[in-house]
Ligand binder design. Structure first.
Ligand SMILES: [Zn+2]
Length: 323
């Protein structure tokens, strides 16, 4: 597979996971995403790390974790997300080769291990790490993710963000980066990174092109927040904006609008089920995403898995408001 094909297929570890899932290895409860996690480690060991130039001076590094953006600047490289811990050195070396300079700054779009797992390697090489204060807080303590029945250990203090902000302009040579926090959506610390001079946006996991996204209810994520974040992104994006999602291939404003529509549709259906007192099991068994699954259910999550995590997050969000 050449680079173009890789970008077009664009799913990396996600695609391998989906393939594994369809090889007759189904979990007992088909709506339970937790068994996927056991497969993620070995998958993430294997996937190739590939750097591609997206715009002059801006590379995208794809492979075992979340998509990474690398901006060249006069004083060094500015990097968005650091990938998975088990491939951190290799990813870091690929970034240095693509950019040819030391990494000066690292921005975490959120705390998940496939986006911030390489932080320690970057920090030890001298990078200053930026994130929201919510992301710093989560990276500083152990995090239990109920959907995957998995605990992510706190990062050592050197690997934690040292600059926190919910709205920050960074100027790097001729370019600027706008870091914009959004209210809880995928997690409660999501950051959009906008490169206005290059007409590029890195969305972290606020956007996935063509497949159901993860929504981390254990980190206060919920589907209504995902819809609101998509609306905010649609305001920033223009007709020619290249949108780097957390995973998968680079998309357009149209792809983002399609994802927003899917999310709003699912939110509406699940909200009505909650209103009528349906339980999680009843919601899953009613297959509320059946018509959407052929288009959106071929990534990390099937329709029933997405129904489970979206319903959970919506119920928890309502519960939090009521309490
Ligand atoms: Zn994530």
């Amino acid at each position: 597979m050449n680079r173009r094909e890789w970008l077009q297929s664009g799913l990396g570890a996600m695609a391998m996971l989906a393939t594994a899932r369809t090889r007759g290895d189904e979990p007992v409860d088909e709506s339970d995403p937790a068994p996927l996690l056991a497969k993620m480690g070995p998958m993430m060991e294997k996937v190739q790390v590939v750097a591609t130039e997206l715009a002059p001076g801006l590379h995208v590094v794809q492979g075992p974790g979340g998509n990474i953006a690398v901006l060249d600047g006069p004083d060094g490289l500015t990097v968005v997300d650091s990938g998975v811990p088990m491939r951190a050195k290799e990813v870091f070396e690929t970034i240095q080769r693509a950019g040819g300079k030391p990494v000066e700054r690292l921005i975490n779009t959120h705390w998940h291990f496939d986006h911030a797992g390489g932080n320690e390697v970057f920090a030890r090489a001298g990078a200053t790490i930026f994130a929201t204060s919510a992301t710093r807080q989560r990276l500083s303590t152990d995090q239990y993710t109920a959907a995957f029945k998995f605990t992510t250990k706190a990062l050592p203090s050197i690997a934690r963000p040292t600059v926190t902000s919910d709205d920050l302009e960074l100027y790097v040579g001729d370019h600027s980066l706008h870091l914009i926090a959004v209210p809880p959506a995928h997690t409660d610390g999501d950051l959009i990174v906008h490169f206005p001079t290059l007409d590029v946006i890195h969305t972290g996991d606020l956007f996935s092109k063509g497949f159901y996204p993860n929504i981390d209810a254990s980190s206060r994520g919920w589907i209504g927040g995902m819809v609101a974040a998509a609306d905010q992104l649609l305001k920033i994006a223009g007709p020619k904006t290249r949108i780097i999602p957390g995973h998968g291939q680079v998309g357009t404003r149209e792809d983002l609008a399609a994802a927003r529509k899917m999310l709003a549709t699912v939110q509406d259906r699940l909200a009505r089920m909650l209103d009528s007192g349906k339980s999680l099991r009843e919601a899953i068994d009613a297959r509320p995403t059946a018509d959407l699954d052929p288009a959106w259910g071929k990534g990390l999550f099937t329709g029933p898995m997405f129904t489970r995590i979206a319903f959970d997050g919506l119920a928890q969000h309502r519960g939090g408001k009521a309490g």
